[in-house]
Ligand binder design. Sequence first.
Ligand SMILES: C[C@@H](CNC(N)=O)C(=O)O
Ligand SMILES: [Zn+2]
Ligand SMILES: [Zn+2]
Ligand SMILES: [Zn+2]
Length: 464
Amino acid sequence: MTVFIRGGTVVNADRAFRADVLCEGDKIVAVGEQLEAPAGAQVIDAGGQYVLPGGIDPHTHMNLPFMGTVTADDFFTGTAAGLAGGTTTIIDFVIPNPQQSLLEAYHQWRGWAAKAAGDYTFHVAITWWSDLVHEEMGELVRKHGVNSFKHFMAYKNAIMADDETLVKSFRRSLELGAIPTVHAENGELVYQLQQDLLKQGLTGPSSHPLSRPPAVEAEAANRAIAIASVLHTPLYIVHVSCKESLDAITRARALGQRVYGEALAGHLLIDDSVYQHPDFEVAAGHVMSPPFRSKEHQRALWQGLQGGNLHTTATDHCTFCAEQKAAGRNDFTKIPNGCGGVEDRMAVIWDEGVNKGLLTPSEFVRVTSANAAQIFNIYPRKGVIAAGSDADLVVWDPAGTRTISKATQHAKGGFNVFEGRTVKGIPSSTIAAGKLVFHRGELMAVEGAGRHIDRPAFVPVSAG
Ligand SMILES: C[C@@H](CNC(N)=O)C(=O)O
Ligand SMILES: [Zn+2]
Ligand SMILES: [Zn+2]
Ligand SMILES: [Zn+2]
């Protein structure tokens, strides 16, 4: 299969330049001006448009069993939705139950992901500790292309990692050349605040943000940063939602500590007024953790992206339909936590970030693709338009507009946190592994076409 993208402006993390792009099979083979289109090539006219590296969403949960149910999007529908929005690779999560073999869980998730339409790879969560966990972390790095281990500091009585697990797992990650990542919320504080609210009869979704104030997140962010500092490990903090956590990252980085931060498209664009909505479905549809915050925190997150103290954007795509969310109708702590976004991430960040002058197109590429590829060690295979890189590209129409709605989205769950938002700047074509999978509104995702992407360990300093 030969695809020739003619006449566009290629945008990489370092620069934007006029060039044609030639793809053969699943690789980019040439990038340059005035290239010849080979006979029989599928030619895509990118005149007046940008050609971007395929988006990488470093935080999704397709087919996740969670809080007594399973997400509405599986690996096919979730990755297909991503392709429609220009995201060609997702980094999802294997989340073993406490006491479950990591490898058993890993192979279970690999089975679920076989139907993916786009490329995928996994962080593996460390939800308990034993000698077996220690050993299996090694096999996952050596044999299964895992180079990042996730730790939930929230979700007490479920998947929460205590300090012993954090310390032992961070230390083991360093030995293996893997990077520890954290969901930073103090799960004990969340639990106690939840009980306080329920005792007062405050059972509605508006209690959700009250049980997880910014200080609850910042405590965990500071604790994870301190553990990483003492153990000399790098650290990646997922879904940084508030100024206080960002300030902790900024302080650590200013002292030379290797800490990375991730911002969710939702946290960048949606504020906590949604929890006051009188309709339970709307308020519960926005229940995710950490919760959406005030506009002051949103502004801080954009400054974090601009200032280089937040590095990636993600979605934490974890969709539940209204019936699933209704499990918490009388007890907000039982509302399955999670929102969607994998289809809208790039467009809403372009619309709010590039159109309003907060990000240049190259900075947009950094935070939607290149930085995630570099942090998780799949650059330059992914995250750049260059000869030899994977043929994952988005032809981006800066003048195109779209109104986001659950009525037209490809993702499941029947809800969209960006409902009604009209964005300017949208994908006109998505090419994944050298195949045209989305073109002018038509999605041609193929179940099972996605590939598992191995992520090599970082070369340990001790290696000779
Ligand atoms: C369980 C998962 C998705 N849910 C959420 N963020 O509310 C997470 O905490 O990242
Ligand atoms: Zn195995
Ligand atoms: Zn999380
Ligand atoms: Zn998550």
